[in-house]
Design a protein around this ligand. Structure first.
Ligand SMILES: CC(=O)N[C@H]1[C@@H](OP(=O)(O)O)O[C@H](CO)[C@@H](O)[C@@H]1O
Ligand SMILES: [Mg+2]
Length: 546
């Protein structure tokens, strides 16, 4: 008998509306598909169909998020969310790429191939949870996703505007049996956990948040309404209502890379500032010191603060579980040293891309993971949550011990464990500063960042660079690593590595050393080496004359 998929006519009719331009190929990368919005309609349609197939296969709801995060406003992108709220499994990234690149004529054949290979029972129902960011193209592209969903007979719950982490959270709630989970469920959960942590006395301090003119602004506003201005004072900047453009000279990525304030923000010393990115899954903090120097508190500083706090509560509660932290090679060397040597907590290194960090983090009972750019969260094993919960209810424990367990339990409730979440991470940081009675100054002084520099080199084919050891060393081109080692040895506390970017057509160079001059010089020397050894194109990087 024909499977429902063989009702090819409706698929083909819709596929004609969302037709793929010739010769266009895209890959599902670390951040899903991303590119110029005007050239991607067919990808969104096809991802709607793919989400239906995955939902049928796993007999669970699948999320589809329409966003291009921190990219310019004319870009867009799409990513799928797996049932527990995690990123799409890697093996399906390959399948997604195959479906996206199939010619219009081969589309049905490609769908049949997936069904056969993955052994998908098409009689299963499919539920897709869809949301989008505030880009001008997002509405029509989410309509294309909806068309893809209906082409294969799936049911779509469209949540409209959401931040990426809100959708991840809702997907996990839905598959946990909370079928009516929505945006309000999110606000109620996180605001109530925060208020339990900070109720006596309230935080009563203020933080200014640059929302990159993105979806984070209206959503942070709603979260703020649930928390109440009597608990914390949140001032929203770049809320998308003025003439500022999405991610233009603002947002977490801009602030981290430029190490400066977003547009239009007049900073005052010691006040606390934070920036979200365009879909609010990244956050960095910053401040001015007494000499008006810009002080960045990036993903490494946030991770260090969270690890410190969890470690203290574990020690106080005497709950014996394994805490670990996960970073990438981009983590500042002094953050790694601080957590390893001062906090005595194990640090693991993962490849760039949050899914790699997430996978490593779940190996610990409690895993704190962050990319230096501010994307990260905390994972907690279920058995570990149970141990903490039991201690929090154990009347036989000394009061101090039990109290610490209660605090730890409530603190972990403030965390969106499915994925890095700017709003939930912000609440976590604010709660810790409140608990410790710290201003941003004490936090900044946990350790001093080693001066560092990131550069990009354009080469004809960036895949000639191959790496090992979580991207910290190269295996090809031959002899390159030995040359890098020689350059690194010239600089005190020198460290440098290179890797092909997964999102841009460049090779990234990272260097750190004891002074900014040294870090800059090492980064330059390594860039020149890459240009020479890995087929550089365009203008050759030059060493600045002394
Ligand atoms: C050095 C750096 O910040 N790299 C970013 C960037 O990846 P690249 O593979 O380096 O282009 O985009 C990724 C997706 O947003 C993010 O996860 C990652 O941290
Ligand atoms: Mg983002």
């Amino acid at each position: 008998m024909d499977s429902p998929l063989l009702q090819e006519i409706p698929i083909l009719k819709l596929a004609e509306v969302h037709s793929k331009p010739d010769k266009q190929a895209m890959a599902y990368g670390t951040a899903g598909f991303r590119g110029k919005a005007s050239k991607m309609d067919h990808i969104f349609f096809r991802m709607g169909m793919l989400a239906v197939l995955r939902s049928k296969m796993l007999k669970s709801a699948i999320g589809v998020m329409v966003t291009a995060s921190h990219n310019p406003v004319l870009d867009n992108g799409v990513k799928l969310i797996d049932p527990c709220g995690e990123m799409l499994v890697e093996s399906w990234e390959v399948i997604a790429t195959g479906l996206a690149n199939a010619s219009n004529d081969d589309l049905v054949k490609e769908l049949k191939k997936i069904v056969a290979k993955e052994n998908i029972d098409l009689s299963q129902t499919a539920t897709i949870l869809l949301a989008r960011d505030t880009r001008p193209s997002s509405l029509s592209l989410s309509n294309a996703v909806q068309d893809g969903i209906s082409a294969l007979g799936g049911t779509c719950r469209n949540y409209g505007l959401l931040t990426t982490p809100q959708l991840h959270y809702i997907v996990s709630c839905y598959n946990d049996g909370v079928k009516d989970a929505d945006e309000d469920t999110y606000y109620k959960w996180f605001s109530s956990a925060f208020k339990t942590l900070v109720n006596e006395p309230p935080v009563n301090s203020n933080v200014t948040v640059d929302c990159a003119n993105g979806v984070g602004a209206p959503k942070l506003n709603k979260l703020y309404e649930h928390i109440g201005a009597n608990v914390i004072d949140i001032i929203i900047h770049n809320d998308g209502e003025g003439c500022g453009k999405l991610n233009e000279k603002c947002g977490a990525d801009y602030v981290k890379i430029q190490q400066r304030a977003p547009i239009g923000l007049n900073m005052e010393p010691f006040h606390r500032y934070a920036s979200f990115d365009g879909d609010a899954d990244r956050i960095v903090y910053y401040s001015l010191d007494c000499d008006c120097n810009f002080v960045l508190l990036d993903g490494d500083k946030i991770a260090s603060l969270i690890t410190l706090y969890i470690k203290e509560l574990l020690d106080e509660s005497k709950v014996d579980v394994k805490l670990g932290m996960v970073q990438t090679a981009y983590a500042n060397g002094n953050s790694t040293r601080y957590v390893t040597d001062t906090l005595n907590v194990m640090v693991a290194c993962a490849r760039t891309g949050v899914k790699h960090l997430h996978h490593k983090a779940v190996e610990f009972d409690i895993g704190v993971y962050f990319e230096a750019n501010g994307h990260g969260t905390v994972t907690v094993k279920e058995e570990c949550s149970n141990v903490i919960e039991r201690a929090a209810k154990d009347d036989k424990l000394p009061a101090k011990q039990k109290d610490a367990a209660i605090k730890l339990k409530t603190f972990l409730d403030v965390i969106n464990k499915t994925v890095g979440d700017a709003m939930s991470d912000m609440l976590a940081v604010e709660a810790i500063l409140h608990a410790k009675g710290w201003s941003v100054r004490e936090w900044a002084q946990l350790y001093t960042d080693l001066p560092n520099r990131q550069l990009k080199v354009t080469v004809a084919d960036r895949t000639v660079i191959r790496t090992t050891d979580s991207e910290r060393r190269t295996t090809s081109p031959e002899g390159l690593q030995e040359e890098i080692d020689k350059l690194v040895a010239l600089f005190p506390n020198g460290r440098s590595f290179v890797r092909p970017s997964g999102t841009e057509d460049v090779v990234r160079v990272y260097a750190e050393s004891d002074t900014q001059e040294h870090a800059d010089s090492l980064a330059k020397k390594v860039s020149i080496l890459i240009y020479e050894k890995a087929g550089g194109v365009g203008e050759k990087p030059k060493e600045e004359s002394a």
